[in-house]
Design a protein around this ligand. Sequence first.
Ligand SMILES: N[C@@H](CCC(=O)N[C@@H](CS)C(=O)NCC(=O)O)C(=O)O
Length: 221
Amino acid sequence: MVHAPTVELFSYWRTSATYRVRVAFNLKNIQANERFINVDAGEHQSPEYLKINPMGAIPALILSGKAPLTQSLAILEFLEELQPQPPLLPTDIFERARVRSIAQMLAVDIHPLITPRIKKHLMHVNGFDDALWKAWQSKWFTTGLSALEQRLASESATGRFCHGDSPTIADICLMSIVVVMRIFKITVPDIPTIDRIVTACEQLDAFVRAEPMRQVGAPSQ
Ligand SMILES: N[C@@H](CCC(=O)N[C@@H](CS)C(=O)NCC(=O)O)C(=O)O
């Protein structure tokens, strides 16, 4: 276990983007102190937290003496360079680009559409109710995961995981979408390759320990 007592992660139990960082910490055996920001209570919009991340979003990584590092994908790449083993990106440059491309389909194309700030805007400005919000979530999860299924099922680089036979940043991002879909009780039909990869990820302790429902602050089941 690499102890990094000067590493602090601002997090919340159910956030997709924090989950990504948590899985990477687990896979790379890095210990960090988590500081919980209650997104449901609006703590991410407090003047104190906005000094850390003016976007008012979780996560943020604090390394002593450095400015806060935000954006989960940037944090994952930082952790990859800090602690290269086990690798979360392939060595071949095309393969690395493929993994990043899959990761971005999930973390950049799908995830922002279902964040609390989008929900708040749609509810307060666009007159959405719970049913419309659920239909919105379902639409974007289905659009994104169906497109990903088509890629994963047809590309020969897909293996036990999204790329080859060991987990990469792509799997971390895939699972970060799956875990929040479960919290929202949304299912997407006809994605057998994704379902198979999810099962493979769930056999790894690093993914299991990062699950939202296992974190401090999660509601008891
Ligand atoms: N692109 C950012 C997204 C961060 C983000 O949107 N985090 C969500 C939680 S998963 C959040 O804090 N949302 C607050 C809000 O939407 O008001 C990343 O990957 O770190």
